[in-house]
Design a protein around this ligand. Structure first.
Ligand SMILES: C[S@@+](CC[C@H](N)C(=O)[O-])C[C@H]1O[C@@H](n2cnc3c(N)ncnc32)[C@H](O)[C@@H]1O
Length: 266
């Protein structure tokens, strides 16, 4: 598949860091290596969905994918569209934008395999082409931490939701079990080589969201057995760390969740 198969005249990035980010994500599609089926096939997307929702078991518990029927949803940084597909399957009118042509192209294929409607296009979350107050919900899961100017993106997400709408976001927690484990065991985290990767404390994330009228923060993503590692570290992680961690009451570990979810009102 060639990058310029997705054509969108007028999509020009003036910021060189954003251009670097775009190039990186064109070559590092999130979770791509986890799929067993050929890239772009129906089975490929089923693999990615299965992997994602096994790893992120919390996600369907805190995000009601089928609760937005007839609502307008925008996903910024939609990747290959795994989450957006679930919203669309639940009846939402969905739009997905991403900087990376490869992702947009794959997301279009995913929807086409299932005859599902959705607008999937190139777009920069720091400079959205939509009018103010357009969407009932805007979703940006694992995106703000990778963009050049997080504040600019967050303000754009806020601008395009309707006055009674909601923005749902996720960034990585610097003060988390996974960051601690990665530093003590020397295990690399996914996409640590991305041009931008910022991890936040809960307070830093709240500060970033200070212009919203209300924000509910929910740290999530606690240890589950990993398919990514192998060898002694994997045995330690899967057989000792995961069961031991999960014995500790959530009231103690809650703020160490790797994913800081935020549910924000305009
Ligand atoms: C880790 S992936 C997450 C993809 C998807 N949201 C998920 O949860 O699987 C980060 C995505 O954010 C996109 N991205 C980064 N900066 C962006 C920006 N300024 N505008 C739009 N997309 C952006 C990347 O192209 C990439 O697809």
């Amino acid at each position: 598949m060639k990058i310029d198969e997705v054509e969108q005249p007028g999509f020009i990035l003036k910021d060189s860091l954003l251009e670097e980010i775009r190039l990186y994500w064109n070559e590092h599609i999130h979770d791509l290596e986890l799929a067993k089926h050929p890239v772009g096939s129906k089975g490929f997307f089923a693999d990615l969905d299965e992997y994602r929702f096994d790893k992120l078991r919390y996600l369907p518990e805190v995000v009601d994918f089928s609760g937005y029927a007839d609502k307008r949803i925008l996903e910024v940084g939609c990747g290959v569209g795994i989450d957006l597909f679930r919203f669309a399957r639940g009846g939402a009118k969905v739009t997905g934008v991403d900087l990376a042509e490869q992702s947009v192209d794959l997301a279009q294929k995913y929807f086409a395999h299932h005859d599902l409607e959705g607008t999937l296009q190139l777009g920069n979350g720091e400079d959205l082409e939509f009018e103010d107050d357009t969407f009932d919900m805007v979703y940006a899961h694992g995106v703000i931490q990778y963009t050049a100017n997080a504040k600019k993106m967050v303000e754009e997400l806020r601008r395009v939701i309707k006055p009674d709408g909601e923005v749902i976001m996720m960034v990585y927690n610097r003060v988390s079990w996974l960051n601690f484990l990665s530093q003590t065991l020397g295990v690399g985290l996914e996409h640590e080589d991305a041009p931008v990767l910022k991890k936040y404390s809960i307070d830093e994330f709240k500060k970033l969201l200070e212009n919203f009228s209300s924000v509910r923060i929910l740290p999530e993503r606690f240890p589950v057995k990993s398919r990514l590692q192998s060898g002694l570290k994997a045995i330690f992680f899967n057989s000792f760390f995961v069961p031991a961690f999960n014995l500790v009451p959530k009231t103690i570990t809650r703020n160490t969740g790797w994913h800081i979810m935020a549910f924000a009102k305009k």
